[in-house]
Design a protein around this ligand. Structure first.
Ligand SMILES: C[S@@+](CC[C@H](N)C(=O)[O-])C[C@H]1O[C@@H](n2cnc3c(N)ncnc32)[C@H](O)[C@@H]1O
Length: 268
């Protein structure tokens, strides 16, 4: 197993904004100074950038301070929010995008009283974010490497309300009366019994599958159950736009596919 990034929490973010200038000869704006972002993990050392060094004394200044590098470049400095730190978690398996995480939280009403179960943990992409908003999260994976990586990511984010377990969830979850069970597994239909037994009445099962055939097999299996209702299956599409003065248009890059979300409710 190789972790791509170091396992050190971010302490400060330094941002140098892109600067543009109107060039008369070209009759258009051009970038005269590129925008960059740096993550500072050690406030006790000078911080080196391509635009000069920031003195360690300046790194201790309050959020919103503008600090000057040795090459006289301005950097805005502030503390990271949860999402800044989350985006830097170490990864093995493909993680769920935050557009889909947001939909799960909103649709299932996940909040500070919710107990959430999750499988497979993968890199912890979904479970870690859920732990940030829920009361507690229990996440499961069969792969030891994945379990260990999620433990490191939990430490990186400083979360105290999430437990990771090495177990095959097709054989069952340990918990009962959960509010939400999230599945991101190769054969989610094999986890429906386990999810049902672990869920309280009125709770939700959310299945996230990249392929529509996996989704169909999951939903068709749900539809055989008297006590489960398939509410909807959706694909959340995110289209990025460029905004430059009054030139406002969708980016020319194609819209990527992540996965399908199926929401199921336990009614008895
Ligand atoms: C695509 S990854 C999950 C990614 C995760 N949702 C995230 O956002 O980082 C699927 C995971 O399911 C795990 N898995 C496969 N079968 C399993 C099973 N029977 N029980 C528990 N985990 C399983 C795999 O080891 C893998 O880590």
């Amino acid at each position: 197993m190789s972790a791509k990034k170091d396992m050190v929490p971010i302490k400060k973010i330094l941002v140098k904004k892109e600067k543009k200038q109107f060039i008369k000869d070209l009759n258009r704006e051009v970038v005269v100074s590129k925008g960059v972002k740096y993550y500072v993990t050690d406030l006790g050392e000078d911080f080196h950038t391509c635009y000069g060094t920031i003195d360690k004394k300046d790194l201790k200044k309050k959020d919103g301070s503008v600090v000057l590098s040795s090459m006289k470049k301005d950097f805005c400095m502030f503390s990271p929010c949860f999402t800044d730190s989350y985006r830097r978690i170490n990864r093995l398996a493909q993680i769920i995008p935050i557009k889909d995480v947001g939909a799960i939280i909103a649709e299932c009403g996940i909040g500070k009283k919710s107990v959430v179960l999750d499988a497979g943990a993968g890199s912890g992409g979904l479970a870690l974010f859920l732990a940030y908003v829920a009361k507690s999260v229990f996440t499961y994976d069969v792969e030891k490497d994945h379990v260990n990586l999620v433990r490191k990511n939990i430490k990186l984010l400083g979360l105290g309300n999430i437990k990771v377990k090495e177990k095959d969830v097709y054989k069952g979850f340990d918990e009962k009366d959960a509010d939400v069970v999230c599945l991101d597994l190769p054969a989610p239909w094999n986890a429906i019994n386990a999810a049902d037994s672990a869920l309280k009445v009125a709770g939700y099962i959310v299945n996230y599958s990249p392929s529509i055939t996996q989704t169909a097999d999951f939903v068709n299996e749900v539809n055989k159950r008297e006590n489960l209702v398939h509410l909807k299956t959706v694909e959340i599409i995110e289209r990025k736009w460029e905004v430059e003065g009054r030139k406002v248009r969708p980016r020319t890059t194609s819209i990527g596919h992540s996965g399908f979300l199926s929401f199921v409710r336990k009614i008895k």
